[in-house]
Design a protein around this ligand. Structure first.
Ligand SMILES: *[C@@H]1O[C@H](CO)[C@@H](O)[C@H](O)[C@H]1NC(C)=O
Ligand SMILES: *[C@@H]1O[C@H](CO)[C@@H](O)[C@H](O)[C@H]1NC(C)=O
Ligand SMILES: *[C@@H]1O[C@H](CO)[C@@H](O)[C@H](O)[C@H]1NC(C)=O
Length: 192
């Protein structure tokens, strides 16, 4: 009987622990939410839903600090940009593009190729707490996405059409904007 009655007592600390873990996790989910809310205010290009789903989908983001979230957003940008460069190469091979689209895709390949070392450099700068450098390097990546998308708009016959890379360009731009916003929050807080 003694053994049975003592079980609840041994479970009690465990329950407290679980509860504490839950609370911390909840706090960090709201860290993502609050960071995204602030980011939307910082930059109207950022959509709240895009921000929260992107960050929440990233591995270990629940456990991340603000610094961790910044790193995660730069990493997301890096994967996106790397994959987009690969996609452009595939697109160039697999479709019969007219001259205009061929040239534009080639321009995109060029700017995205330059964006990859920039985003890698941004990770290094961020790790070294060189936030201004990281800012410039992330901005360069966002410019690449804008340049790629804008190229398709200049057909010359007065028509505007979006590019076959519109979603990719939009994603890269928004991920970059999120990364910049988290950097700004960190710099403003000056506690890290
Ligand atoms: C790029 O990032 C967006 C937003 O997180 C995501 O939905 C998309 O799947 C990513 N694309 C690639 C190819 O990684
Ligand atoms: C939650 O984020 C804080 C920083 O805001 C971090 O120090 C802590 O380790 C995170 N909590 C968990 C459970 O990982
Ligand atoms: C402009 O060029 C595109 C691609 O060649 C074509 O699809 C479109 O019909 C053209 N528009 C006009 C107004 O000529």
């Amino acid at each position: 009987m003694n053994v049975f009655s003592s079980i609840p007592l041994t479970i009690l600390p465990l329950l407290f622990l679980l509860c504490a873990i839950e609370t911390t996790l909840a706090q960090n989910v709201s860290l993502i939410r609050n960071t995204c809310k602030t980011s939307v205010t910082n930059d109207p290009n950022i959509k709240l839903n895009f921000c929260t789903t992107s960050l929440q989908a990233a591995p270990a983001s629940r456990c991340a600090s603000l610094r961790g979230l910044a790193m995660i957003s730069i990493r997301l940008l890096r994967y996106n940009v790397t994959d987009t460069r690969c996609l452009i190469k595939q697109l160039e091979k697999t479709k019969n593009w007219d001259d205009f689209n061929k040239r534009r895709l080639n321009d995109c390949l060029e700017v995205y190729s330059d964006a990859i070392p920039s985003v890698k450099q941004a990770m290094k700068s961020f790790n070294a707490k060189k936030y201004d450098d990281a800012n410039i390097q992330i901005t360069a990546v966002m410019d690449a996405a804008t340049t790629c998308e804008d190229g398709f708009k200049e057909r010359g016959n007065g028509t505007t059409s979006s590019s076959p890379l519109k979603k990719r360009n939009d994603d890269a731009f928004q991920l970059g904007a999120i990364a910049l916003s988290v950097l700004r929050i960190i710099q403003r807080a000056r506690v890290i």
